[in-house]
Design a protein around this ligand. Structure first.
Ligand code: ADP
Length: 630
């Protein structure tokens, strides 16, 4: 290693970046100097580079511990693409593959080696690692070590073993969200010696927070308005339960907005495909549960909208922080309802450990207070993480007077047909489109998608959205010009340079992206059609890739709207009559009291269907669901 390495030259040569982000250079120096180090930096701040760049210079292997296998794999692939040998070792790989990786690691062939905590803790690991030429340990998502954190992982606790087994090797802990208490816990648990601490500000000046208390029947209407407002921008919607993922995706589809779902119970292939579809801009709206987003790195997310209170400020800060447009403002909108506390009670009730349950409630109390308080949102978040701020007003949150235009007026939905004709671009969008042609953008996205597909990697591994945007704004005509685009280091230029120039040449000669087929999904109509074909609810759920509950909800709506006849075969005559009797006593407005009054074996789904029929029959439907949100 040279005495004073030219870090900027390495940054340019491998990563194709012009300058360091705040703190990166100091952190890299700390690691190169062999110090234990603790880094708290917001998502998107550029933590990975801090341990990846030293790996290039220290002629040894950096061991990275991360709980997210998919993320590790992406990082290792990306590193390979920029010419830095890296690999992932985890317990799910076949034995032979693990053995091959382990012997290559001993031979010092990797600059970075990613390990899951489970793999690290296997009894045979220490002996093997002692034979690997180790530079240092980097612990990603280090807050998982603390039970005071919101993502505590018991297996992380045992990482304290690293210090005992490798007393001379530096340990660097990285996290995006840690309160003082959690930071303290990280230092203690990992036994860091006199660590260098780097704590970036929690203030994300380009995020604009807005919190809005909604009535149940206005929330989805607002969401539709919001998504339409963001035009072609990417939007990430967080919902609290899997059932709400399906419901929301269907609701959006009925209003002409395509969205991809994401939740923990999907099969891994569908999940990966859906993530890819969103990451590569094929579909601009993603609706997911908390399962979505760990390690997600998408440069252009115009808004993150939450449809219920998250479980903690840390969680909110992390999820909202996925809104980023590289310096341009992005909106983080929390559309919550007072009934969210019921859901939390449900989640908290599932926690066995009384102390952990208590902590869950405490976290909820704080986020609820955040939603209801009159303190600047930015200030409140910083304060939560122990940071004192100096300003009184930020002008970038609802408390300080910022309101996204679509939140200001009541939500009125236009019918889908009208939406199809809505091609007018709003003012904000036209300003963005002033740079670069949308045709070139579509064309390059398609090129990137196809190239990624051929190589079986994610689209952003070929090039980030920011690089793609830069190319649109200043289409290069030579390799030297392409070299000036952020993200194009030596290796990327040699891998893709000629192909990109060739694609751009074809574009100039008239080549264009294949027009996307106009696909209009109307979930309720699709359910109606399948019902008319004689399909059972289960078959419809399977055909549409939806939860059974969602399909029955659709059917109940159709019955209530008079579009589908109630079928007496849906449930036994006995059940129908008990439900009817309960409805006669209690009324049809709410399902819960009816459910409470009935034997336990009668399900909400059965009640929903009977109530839908009665509402249709006895009372003119109080309000059509779609109009209720107008
Ligand atoms: P974090 O782990 O802190 O969430 P990442 O390490 O994933 O953030 O970095 C976020 C994004 O910023 C990545 O696309 C990364 O390549 C990019 N990035 C990191 N450092 C720089 C830099 N100095 N210049 C430009 N882009 C950078």
């Amino acid at each position: 290693m040279p005495a004073t390495p030219d870090l900027s030259a390495i940054l340019r040569q491998y990563w194709g970046y012009d300058s360091f982000r705040p703190l990166q250079e100091r952190i890299i120096h700390s690691l190169l100097g062999g110090h234990d180090t603790c880094v708290v930096m917001p998502t998107g701040g550029g933590k990975s580079l801090c341990y990846q760049l030293p790996a290039v210079l220290l002629n040894q292997t950096v061991i990275v511990i991360s709980p997210l296998i998919a993320l590790m794999q992406d990082q290792a692939t990306q590193l390979g693409q920029i010419g830095i040998p890296a690999a992932v070792l985890n317990s799910t790989q076949p034995q032979s593959e693990q053995a091959a990786l382990m012997s290559k690691a001993r031979a010092g062939e990797y600059r970075l080696l990613y390990l899951s905590p489970e793999r690290l803790l296997r009894p045979d690991t220490v002996g093997w690692l002692q034979g690997v030429p180790l530079a240092l340990f980097a612990i990603d998502e280090a807050h998982c070590i603390s039970e005071w954190g919101h993502e505590f992982r018991p297996e992380y606790r045992q990482l304290s073993w690293l210090r005992t087994s490798f007393p001379a090797k530096p340990i660097a802990a990285f996290t995006a969200s840690a309160t003082r208490r959690v930071r303290h816990d990280i230092l203690n648990q990992l036994h860091l010696h006199d660590p260098h601490k780097y704590i970036a500000s929690f203030h994300r000046a380009n995020l604009r927070y807005a919190v809005n208390l909604c009535e149940p029947n206005t929330q989805l209407g607002l969401l539709v308005r919001g998504i339409r407002h963001y035009g072609d921008g990417n939007v990430l919607v967080y919902v609290p339960t899997i059932a709400r993922v399906d419901e929301t995706v269907d609701f959006l589809a009925e209003h002409g907005i395509a969205a991809v779902p994401y939740h923990g119970q999907m099969d891994p292939n569908t999940r990966r495909t859906n993530q890819e579809v969103w990451m590569s801009d094929e579909c601009r709206v993603m609706v997911g549960t908390i399962a979505f987003g760990l390690g997600i790195n998408k440069a252009a997310v115009r808004a993150v909208i939450h449809l219920s209170l998250p479980k903690s400020i840390e969680q909110y800060y992390q999820e909202a922080g996925r809104a980023r447009r590289d310096g341009l403002p992005a909106d983080c909108v929390l559309l919550w309802q007072t009934r969210d506390s019921g859901l939390l009670a449900y989640f908290a009730g599932q926690i066995q450990d009384p102390a952990e349950r208590e902590r869950a409630w405490e976290r909820y109390r704080i986020i609820r207070e955040f939603a209801e308080s009159n303190e600047c949102r930015h200030k409140r978040i910083c304060r939560h993480f122990g940071e004192n701020t100096k300003w009184d007003r930020c002008d970038a949150c609802d408390v300080c007077g910022y309101h996204p235009a679509w939140l200001a007026a009541p939500a009125r939905l236009e019918p889908v047909q009208a939406k199809a004709a809505t091609v007018a671009i709003d003012t904000a969008r036209s300003a963005e489109w002033a740079f670069g042609s949308p045709e070139l953008r579509d064309y390059l996205r398609e090129w990137r998608r196809n190239t990624a597909h051929q190589q079986n990697v994610s689209a952003f591994i070929i090039m980030y959205h920011t690089s793609l945007e830069e190319i649109c704004q200043k289409p290069p005509t030579s390799l030297a010009e392409l070299r000036r685009i952020t993200g194009f280091g030596d290796r990327k230029i040699s891998l893709y340079g000629d192909r990109i120039l060739e694609a751009l040449r074809k574009f100039r000669e008239g080549a264009r992206a294949t027009p996307a087929p106009q696909k209009k999904v109307m979930p309720a109509q699709e359910t109606k059609r399948l019902l008319a074909e004689g399909k059972t609810f289960e078959q419809i759920a399977a055909a549409r890739g939806r939860q059974l509950r969602t399909v029955i909800g659709n059917v109940a709506d159709l019955v209530e709207q008079g579009e589908v006849e109630f079928q007496s075969t849906w449930l036994s005559p006995e059940k129908q009559s008990v439900i009817e009797a309960a409805c006669a006593r209690i009324g049809l407005q709410w399902l819960k009291p009816i459910k409470d009054a009935l034997p336990e074996e009668i399900t909400y789904d059965e009640i929903r269907l009977v109530v839908a029929r009665l509402r249709r029959k006895h009372i003119a439907p109080e309000v059509d669901r779609k109009e209720a949100i107008s």
